[in-house]
Design a protein around this ligand. Sequence first.
Ligand code: AHG
Ligand code: MN
Ligand code: MN
Length: 337
Amino acid sequence: MKTKTLGQFIIEKQSDFPYAKGELSRLLRDIGIAEKIVNREVNKAGLVEILGETGETNIQGERVKKLDVFANDQFIAALKAGGEVCAIASEENDEIIPIESEISKNAKYVVAMDPLDGSSNIDVNVSVGTIFSIYRRTTLSGPGTTEDFMQRGTEQFAAGYIIYGSSCMLVYTTGKGVNGFTLDPSIGEFCLSHPVMQTPKMGSVYSINEGNYLHFPEGVKKYIKYCQEEDKATQRPYSSRYIGSGVADIHRNLIVGGIYIYPTTTKSPKGKLRLLYECNPLAFIIEQAGGKATTGGKRIMEIDIKELHQRTPLFVGSSDMVDTAMEFMVKYTTEKV
Ligand code: AHG
Ligand code: MN
Ligand code: MN
């Protein structure tokens, strides 16, 4: 079989970005380095002492597992060493990490990331992920600032996610479609396995944490009931699939067709997921694959960002399913986000 590695693929596509002169390929190379190291640790998480919690809490007051910290450290180190990035924002750091070094003095990009998505699944050998979003800096020089991250999702230069699953996969977009690469551990290379990914317009899977049902907006409650109703024409009832690692749920739905919803709840009135490093990059990828990503009312990538760890509700997936869920929101939910 003729395989194409990530490196070969990027060089081939470099003419799409004449102004970027290989910077993107170096950035993705840096991300790939951290990804392989994190993948190695995820694979042995059941075997070594790294399993478990550090006992610290992150800025959002969540329990931080050791692997979150490890992944965060690896991505920061790889991006710093690569020299293409002037600042990093991470779920695990309350403030941005400005980068000031000789090799990054001409760096034009900033990276926002969720280094370990699905952290509640680390201890139980279930897929976890990494999400990243790349922007061009808006400040002119020196280390990056928080201002460089205060850009709408529509301004993303590239975005991607990694799944540490039965195989390790990297899926990314630069705004010209979505491509997926699977790590071939025998050669240590990411190989193009899912070229030009497109999500079905309609699917039959819905993914939501129904344990929060009582706290959902009325529109979401009614939409869930709609998913469960018998109707031959629309092939309902749909199947419910919820892993609890957003990357894995959204990746599966991208491939087979489906909708993932993390709405507002009475406990989290702004939603749970973070706009900058979870929702925007996932929205960019899903839109590039032909799907939709909204808050239940508005397009995710057009939301104004005011703070690094800003939260938002998320309705993402097959376009017809997102449209229907939004119709339920319009009809039954008066409070708009
Ligand atoms: P993280 O592990 O980075 O905090 O993100 C977890 C997110 C998302 O990936 C997942 O779908 C959702 O939170 C799960 O939340 P619930 O446990 O509340 O369903
Ligand atoms: Mn996450
Ligand atoms: Mn995380």
